[in-house]
Write a protein that binds this ligand. Sequence first.
Ligand code: FAD
Length: 611
Amino acid sequence: MASEFDFIIVGGGCAGLVLATRLTEDPSLSVLVIEAGEDLTADPRVNVPAMWTQLQGTSADWSFKTVPQKELGGRELSLPQGRLLGGSGALNGMNFVVTSKANLDAWSELGNPGWDWESFSKAFNKTYSLTTPSKHGEKGGPIQVTIPDEDSKWPEAWRDTWAGLGFPVDNNPMSGNITGAVTYPDSIDPTTKTRSFSGNAYLPSASSRPNFTLWTATLVNKIVFDTSDGIVATGVQYTKDGATKTVSARKEVILSAGTINSPKILELSGIGDAALLRSLGIDVVVDNPHVGENLQNHPFCAISFETVDDSEEGYDTIDSLSRGDTAALGAAMEAYTTKKTGPFSKTNCNQMAHIPVPGITTPQVRHELTQLLESTKHSQVNIGNKTAPAFAKAHESFVHSLLNSATEASGYYLSLPGWAYYAPDGNLGPIPAGGSERYFTIAVILSHPLSRGSVHITTSSPSDPHLAIDPNYLSHPLDIEILARHAQFLESTLATSGLLGERLKLDGKRSPGAPPGPWAFEGDLDTVQKFLRETATGAMHYTGTCSMMPRGMGGVVDPELKVYSVKRGLRVCDASIMPLTTRGNPMATVYGIAERGAEIIKASLQTQVPG
Ligand SMILES: Cc1cc2nc3c(=O)[nH]c(=O)nc-3n(C[C@H](O)[C@H](O)[C@H](O)COP(=O)(O)OP(=O)(O)OC[C@H]3O[C@@H](n4cnc5c(N)ncnc54)[C@H](O)[C@@H]3O)c2cc1C
């Protein structure tokens, strides 16, 4: 086993394998990827879209848990993260969702030149090839993304309803400007109808090159530094098969271990809040209290509605499959294996909508919003006591600008023709046994939360799974107010309008805890807020713990992704560097970050003095 490489990438996930593929394009560079999990790229639980939830809770999942969430009735929520080749991209829900232009431009305005929408898009466009029902393989990047053929009437009902409510429904999913309904692609190969992710789309190119090395089932414990002339990262310490060793990096160590594990590795290596590190007996290399802070995630609520029980063709749901009905499973399997069609071949969840504050164009809601923004202005309560005032101000001003806009979204709506119930611990609960009803689920996600949390180590042991993960959901008073308005709109307006209103049973069964009738939320935001505190959970969209922004604002990395105060040899490149979370699901943006990161690293090699 070689003990020295030019680059060591920690984490073979979404970002790590993109970086490795791009860096090994230069045959003069040797690249090692160290991945804690196994290679399951041939496993059907990774590949068959309908099996995407099957790896959660297994050894391929870090299976984290949050600390009790004060604003959610003290609930602790499960927090899956992929521990396998391809990372969370190998077990995620495959929604390939592009973030907004406003979101990226706000990253740049924080003090990150080169990370505006225009520059980012150039890198992002290298990541994917888009296939739609009418066009094959547009663009040409390795990740195959597919808008599936529509084989039911639900997508039409979704669009019809939003159109009736006055929203555009023909949005281009790859554009950064979307208001209204949108059909997103799945990260699924259009030919094989299997998951397309960094583990099978990028990795094969890297693996075919002699300058690429991959170690799986190997845990990186910490980064090794030489501090004799400034702080220089020289390699990593790792454990494999019970033996702990060191491997050297001639040029750089790049952390791509994800939003939870990248700050963990930094802290274990002595980069973090000096007081915390000393209390755990860790030598301080860089005192930066912002490591592990600014954890952002989207809170959401989902309501499953029973559908009308006529048998009109085209309104079938996936509920018989969820109930394990043998005939339905057989037919779905047959369609998948012989024709690569049917419910096993797609996410069934790609009809979405990006919606501004409901009623924003009416004088009354404008007035209420103005008052709300004023009364919650500068709310620093419970939103991370280490947040730098300059960042708190910039974050608030960004979110306020979106909330005040009639075209920028604050709520992100997802739909699924079938039951989807998130239990109080955040895990998907089973469909009620015994019945034969069909359901349609609508979820709403708060796109731009102001609540910020943190993730920190609690011991100095790299193998200790107990981290203090606190997303601090709904701790900013504005978040619950805005999410409640969207949940109210979902329940009282969306679900009762247009073709959806015709298909959903007004007095039918609902998810546990959901209000018993279509108008239960009307005019009563307190009831909605109570419902959210009891039932809301977090999406799996963790970002921000090694934020890219000026050091004085709370940055951990600079715009070249270099860790502050480290003279040479250490960058972070993954979802953790996002200073402001994405408008929707983050995977597509993470792939873009990795392509942009690779460009930056390659450019820096041109200017490096040899030796
Ligand atoms: C259940 C679930 C569903 C999701 N659904 C969607 C979706 O539908 N659409 C979407 O856009 N996003 C979704 N996401 C989020 C998305 O998958 C992540 O944002 C994305 O994968 C983050 O990429 P990353 O490179 O930062 O981290 P990851 O892809 O998680 O990669 C990090 C890698 O580092 C490895 N690693 C960590 N620590 C160490 C260590 N000490 N030593 C060695 N290796 C280490 C991990 O094992 C992992 O393989 C979902 C996430 C989950 C968990």
